[in-house]
Design a protein around this ligand. Structure first.
Ligand SMILES: [Zn+2]
Length: 175
């Protein structure tokens, strides 16, 4: 996506080389459009050797499975987002335990994303797929669905399996 007009004053934006990159710039009010990845956050949550996944109801990657996760709202920190998205998508209340890892990924067509993943444990609620999910359930680490959405989610799950079973594991998106 390339912005045509300045969101500050409405003047036309032009391409200009600033701080080492081409950026969209307004010559009327000096606004510079810095294009940054969108932060997202979620959880890797296991119970009895099974991992909690959510089946996406909407594009992109409709029908594919992912970790409970979503975009960070403007007034949130990533921890709040991870807890909120898990509640919305799975019905579980969780406590975050540790920062698991941070991923940068460019295969979400909406935007480049920086995904912060935490380990978490369930403190309440019951498993209920949210409005934006087809399904939410636990999968044995040895029998995961073939279509895991987004490389960042696959990397997080691979890392979790590698740590859990002590052997390197690779996942592929079957689509
Ligand atoms: Zn402007």
């Amino acid at each position: 996506m390339k912005f045509l007009f300045c969101p500050n004053c409405g003047n036309k934006l032009v391409d200009e080389h600033i701080d080492g990159r081409m950026r969209r710039v307004c010559h009327q009010c000096s606004y510079v459009h810095y294009k940054n990845p969108i932060p997202a956050a979620g959880v890797v949550l296991c119970r009895d050797g099974e991992i909690l996944l959510v089946q996406r109801k909407y594009e992109p990657k409709k029908g594919h499975w992912s970790l409970p996760a979503g975009f960070v709202e403007y007034d949130e920190g990533p921890q709040m987002t991870a807890v909120r998205e898990t509640r919305e998508e799975t019905g579980f209340e969780v406590d975050l335990k540790e920062l698991f890892n941070v991923y940068g990924a460019g295969d979400d067509p909406r935007s480049h994303v920086v995904l912060v993943i935490y380990t978490a444990e369930i403190t309440g609620g019951t498993l209920t797929p949210g409005d934006d999910a087809i399904d939410a359930r636990f999968f044995p680490l040895t029998n995961l669905p073939g279509n895991i959405a987004f490389s960042s989610h696959r990397q997080a799950i691979e890392r979790y399996i590698t740590i859990s079973v002590g052997a390197k594991h690779s996942l592929h998106d079957s689509s």
